[in-house]
Design a binder for this molecule. Structure first.
Ligand code: DQA
Length: 149
């Protein structure tokens, strides 16, 4: 049976492509989504993508994902560094969530060094630009046993 993957993006990531391209790269969110789609093509995985600039909406999306998704690749944007609500949502849904950041947050301002979400995620990927989303999807393939673990 096919696995279902949610590609979830938080605040300001809808502006990728034009937003600080020296930090976040020149691909749009649409470009990145189609790269992930292409990467997943050989596997029995159904991809859905969602984006929101609103914390509560992201909480709702995670709750709903509990009912249909087998895993989430999540770039929570700045909520990474502020949101106990998103941490609690990830802990509550009991499906694997991979935290992804385009930039290496540890090489940036100190307020970006702490993640409220990392302790409840399967793992964290950062610093590799848009390819981090591919790496996150690959990590879920491993967790699902679709590639060598
Ligand atoms: C980000 C890093 C966050 O610190 C920042 O607030 C973002 C993007 C990244 O992908 O590098 O919005 O999550």
């Amino acid at each position: 049976m096919a696995k279902h993957l949610l590609l979830l993006n938080g605040p300001n990531l809808n502006l990728l492509g034009t937003r600080e391209p020296d930090v976040y790269g020149s691909l749009t969110l649409e470009d990145i989504t189609s790269e992930v789609e292409q990467f997943l093509q050989p596997y029995a995985v159904v991809l859905r993508h969602q984006q929101s600039n609103h914390e509560g909406e992201l909480v709702d999306m995670l709750h709903i994902a509990r009912n249909w998704a087998d895993g989430v690749v999540f770039n929570p944007g700045a909520y990474t560094h502020t949101s106990i609500a998103l941490r609690d949502a990830i802990a509550a849904i009991e499906i694997p969530v991979v935290e992804v950041h385009l930039s290496n947050v540890h090489a940036r301002e100190s307020f970006r060094h702490h993640s409220y979400l990392a302790p409840v995620c399967l793992g964290q990927i950062m610093g590799f630009g848009w390819r981090g989303y591919i790496l996150g999807a690959h990590a879920l393939l491993g967790a699902w046993g679709l590639v060598e673990h």
